[in-house]
Design a protein around this ligand. Structure first.
Ligand SMILES: Cc1cc2nc3c(=O)[nH]c(=O)nc-3n(C[C@H](O)[C@H](O)[C@H](O)COP(=O)(O)O)c2cc1C
Length: 367
């Protein structure tokens, strides 16, 4: 897949997830294959220019963490421009702009709509960034404020006109938050609004079949996966295989999940140090456990870990406890297997998806 001047190995992207898409997570996912481009958590442009230590930690990378996009957030055009130039000077492949919360299209008496005013301002800001760097500049947006104000096609077209290399669109409105159905028709409308710039669809992709459905129904050029990669860091490799061959690879075994979870923790400890890395892992490990089958005995303890050794003890204890749910071949007995993941846009009409994807706390208005 081409992305402006960049050649990517696949059309599958890791979505930015503030608090999670740090270097250890990106490396863990990359080692499993299939991902074309990863993006950092969103970073405030001004903090980056001020070389704030937290901002610098957010963009920490390594030679194995390529190609990488950094996602910027900010509303001051000069800061966004200079931050993009700084990112380019670091040798980063691409810069993504978090479009923040969309604006309601309210018409003021005698004036244009708030959206149109905002569009001109936004296009000027993005143009300043595009002109300042040679690397691709991309933008990530939602469909709009609410069902009545699906502004993404207009915004995407305005950004195409000022030279963005791709548009990422989460197929939900601001009003929907993270609930309700992802609107494939809405993503398709963004695809059709653009002449040449590729659209990357996003929202609720938890299986290879869901990725294919979004690609087929919307005509988008690629898909971006966020929370689906928490459950299943293998999703990129499995999806690429499915798109190429039509064959669905089996779900990873418990031992494979444990192997990758342990590798993830090792990387956390390498990057953040043992105490801090383990503390951060408290919110990561339960995501792996969601596909272990019964896991209370693991989850309630792992959310308190402070050291690598403690993690191993908890895992050993859990293995013993989990044995009661296994058959003679060491597989989970059918009634203890986790339910298949069904994304909102593939659930039967009116039926909620069987397992709602939890949303960790955070500033939804900027996601
Ligand atoms: C914990 C969390 C953090 C997020 N952080 C960001 C962010 O930093 N920047 C952004 O553009 N979107 C962010 N998002 C939105 C995701 O990138 C994505 O658009 C959304 O979760 C839908 O995709 P998914 O269903 O594959 O997760 C975040 C979402 C979650 C759940």
């Amino acid at each position: 897949m081409r992305f402006g001047p960049l050649n990517l190995s696949s059309n599958l992207f890791l979505s930015p997830l503030a608090g999670y898409t740090n270097l250890p997570f990106r490396l863990s996912v990359r080692e499993l294959g299939g991902m074309g481009l990863a993006t950092t958590d969103l970073v405030n442009a001004r903090s980056l220019l001020e070389k704030n230590s937290k901002a610098l930690k957010l963009i920490e990378t390594s030679p194995a963490d390529r190609p990488l996009a950094i996602q910027l957030f900010g509303s001051v055009p000069e800061e966004m421009r200079d931050a993009a130039a700084y990112i380019e000077s670091l040798g980063i492949a691409s810069v993504d702009i978090n479009m923040g919360c969309p604006v309601r299209k309210v018409c003021r008496v005698g004036g244009g709509s708030a959206m149109m005013t905002e569009l001109d301002k936004t296009a000027a800001l993005v143009k300043g960034m595009v002109n300042a760097v040679k690397i691709p500049v991309t933008a990530k947006m939602r469909l709009g404020w609410d069902e009545q104000n699906l502004t993404a096609p207009d915004l995407a077209r305005a950004l195409e006109d000022v030279g963005v290399s791709a548009i990422f669109v989460h197929g939900r409105t601001r009003e929907q938050g993270f609930g309700g159905r992802v609107n494939l028709v809405g993503i398709g409308a963004v695809v059709r609004a653009l002449r040449t710039v590729p659209v990357i669809g996003n929202g609720d992709i938890t299986t290879p079949a869901a990725a294919k459905r979004m690609l087929d129904e919307t005509g988008c050029a690629g898909v971006s996966i966020g929370r689906g990669a928490f459950y299943n860091p293998w999703i990129f490799h499995h999806t690429l295989h499915y798109l190429k061959t039509g064959e669905a690879l089996p779900e990873p075994s418990f031992e494979e999940r444990v192997r990758v979870m342990r590798r993830h923790l090792d990387l956390m400890v390498q990057v953040f140090g043992e105490a801090h890395g383990c503390r951060m892992f408290r919110k990561v490990a339960p995501w792996y456990a969601k596909r272990f089958g019964p896991a209370n005995e693991f989850t309630k303890r792992v959310v308190l870990i402070s050291s690598r050794a403690e993690f191993e003890e908890i895992l050993e204890h859990y293995r013993g406890w989990r044995a009661q749910f296994l058959d003679e071949n060491g597989e989970l007995k059918p009634r203890f297997r986790p339910a298949p993941l069904v994304p909102s846009f593939m659930a039967a009409a009116g039926e909620p998806s069987r397992e709602h994807i939890p949303v960790p706390k955070g500033p939804v208005e900027v996601w």
